[in-house]
Design a binder for this molecule. Structure first.
Ligand code: CA
Length: 276
């Protein structure tokens, strides 16, 4: 199944030039980031999956468009497979997600205790000093969803998705975040996950994960996902671009026209790999 890693290569194109490309290269060579293992675990323990999502952008703590699209794509794909899946949302993106995915719930400490697989997508992960930071080093005040990964119970499997190093899960490659990301020492999360997936945006990493599952079951689960529709819906719900810091039909400063091409490239590559 090594060929699914081609999807990871695409997802890690560092268009924002924030350093994740270098982090990915080293993490990939040292086998600390991959799609094969987390995709397999999701299929193997698919009876009950929880997706954590939501990153509040300073200064107002408004939720951003990176993360929710990936969460919706993964949730719809897993539901399509008959898997019992729910999204547990940070408060900053809850209303936007609830309007698009009825099974979205708010976070409580107990909510994920019974779930076998936890996928955290673009969730703030605490730094070494116990605080949470934006990529620019500004302190933020999220709900502590990263606690779920920190306190995972025996037998639970955690998958952390991020694109900046300050997300839950990235503690697994903290050394590389410090080496390659600006302010890495300050902002990098200490919260690890069993498996991590990086990306040029976290959405792309999540699409690549859905793509890897698709290749494994020979069914392209990305086909049904209309990224443009969901991006517009999130935009209209008030979510903002996390890099630009305001409302925009974009993700992490990357305009909609390029997002569309990236999504299509991942989707078409899945078709290619299935038909190989
Ligand atoms: Ca991001």
């Amino acid at each position: 199944m090594q060929e699914v890693e081609a999807l990871l290569q695409i997802a890690n194109i560092d268009l924002g030039q924030r350093g994740i490309g270098k982090v990915f290269s080293e993490a990939y060579l040292s086998k600390r980031v991959s799609l094969t293992e987390p995709a397999r675990k999701l299929l193997e323990f698919s009876d009950d999956v929880t997706i954590l999502v939501g990153f509040p952008i300073p200064p107002k703590g408004i939720g951003e468009t990176d993360g929710p699209l990936g969460a919706l794509c993964l949730a719809l794909a897993l539901e399509d497979l008959g898997i019992n899946v729910k999204i547990v949302s940070e408060k900053s993106v809850f209303n936007a997600l609830k309007s698009l995915w009825e099974k979205t719930t708010r976070y409580t400490i107990d909510i994920t205790k019974r779930n076998k697989v936890i996928v955290s997508i673009e969730v703030p992960g605490r730094a070494m000093d116990g605080k949470y930071y934006s990529m620019r080093g500004i302190e933020i005040f999220p709900e502590n969803l990263d606690e779920v990964l920190f306190r995972k119970s025996e037998g639970q499997i955690t998958i952390g998705i991020g694109d900046g190093g300050n997300e839950a899960g990235m503690g697994k490659i903290r050394d590389l975040i410090i080496k390659h990301i600006d302010l890495g020492e300050k902002i990098s999360s200490v919260v690890p996950a069993d498996y991590i997936i990086t990306g040029g945006t976290s959405n792309w990493a999540a699409y690549a994960l859905v793509g890897a599952i698709s290749v494994m079951i020979s069914k392209n689960l990305l086909k049904k996902f209309d990224e443009n529709y969901y991006l517009r819906a999130l935009y209209e719900s008030g979510l903002i671009d996390g890099v630009i810091g305001e409302k925009s039909m974009s993700v992490d400063g990357i305009p909609h026209a390029i997002l569309e091409k990236m999504f299509n490239l991942i989707k078409s590559t899945v078709d290619m790999l299935i038909n190989k």
